[in-house]
Design a protein around this ligand. Sequence first.
Ligand code: ATP
Length: 365
Amino acid sequence: MASISLHNITKVFDCRTTAVSGVTLDVRDGEFLVLVGPSGCGKTTLLRLIAGLEAPTGGEIRVAERSVEGVSPKDRNVAMVFQDGVLYPHMTVHDNLAFPLRMRGQPRTDVERRVGEVAGILGLADLLDRKPAALSGGQRQRVALGRALVREPAAFLFDEPLSSLDAGLRQALREEIRALHQKLRTTMLYVTHDQSEAMALGDRLCVLRDGQIQQIGPPAEIYDRPANRFVAGFFGTPPMNFLTGCLCSEKGALFLDWADGRVSLPAFPADSVEKAVHVGIRPHDLSLEPLPTQGGCVLSGRVSLLEPFGSRTDVHVVVTSGEKCILSAPPSTRLGVGQEVHIHVDPTKLHLFASDGTALSHWCA
Ligand code: ATP
């Protein structure tokens, strides 16, 4: 097992495309860390830098506490699993699994023992004689995983290994990868652009945008205390609502002026006097009120769209200010498009962001 540490890593392609900028990150020994962010944010580039398939423009990479500068990919003791599970089409599953060990010149008995072990772990024992063309997408990806596993690397690097599979298979293999990690406790660095996959898999997540780290932390911390508006909006289905507002303090009390007038806030942010803010609210933190309540924290508006999902109905509302928000309501909710609604807001569930998108900390008791 091994830790992976990146210190101030930058990668510029062709002197003009900065794919990764000043990334400092420690993947702890035995940890499952997920690199997550939108397409083009530099996730794959980071993995390729660690695997040795690219060289950094600046910064240092250490695997198992040793610098890997100038070390060839095969000597880094990390195994990468790619999106499309590349297999040798003319070889059987058995030979695909055995290949990395044969290349290392391992004795035949060791190769057979290890292939047998890995086939057992991944449920491939009945498929050893088949060629890749006779496997399903999920089985092929499992063999690709097995090819990484047989080598007993110090760390695994996964580059969106489930993205070419259908939803059901993706869910099943995701559970298998998580179980595999619990069993092996090998360091795993996993790349995905899928926020729900990241949440389900990671001990910690590292959120990237435009080649830069936005936040690192356990999934619950990132969901509950996003560092900025980008992170807040990236996680959650449907995504967080954002409305504009203005913070003001009067006689030691703090208020938020927004779409539907004035809301009293529960605690005082350190540096908040007359400040324009973005107000974030998650759709499941909003609920319908039968009537506007006096003095309560309420938004009013009209239903513009209803999306029934079976387990919930998403109600799209245009509020008094003309801004839009989504509320996730119980599936039994009976509403019509154009209907006037009043929405209860719990002030302790509001997220406030400065105009540059940074989360205003210390405001919530
Ligand atoms: P995706 O989720 O779409 O795979 P990603 O987050 O993995 O995206 P990268 O593939 O790392 O992003 O790409 C980051 C940026 O670097 C992009 O702007 C991409 O076009 C650029 N890039 C990646 N590889 C190269 C390359 N070999 N030459 C030039 N530019 C590159």
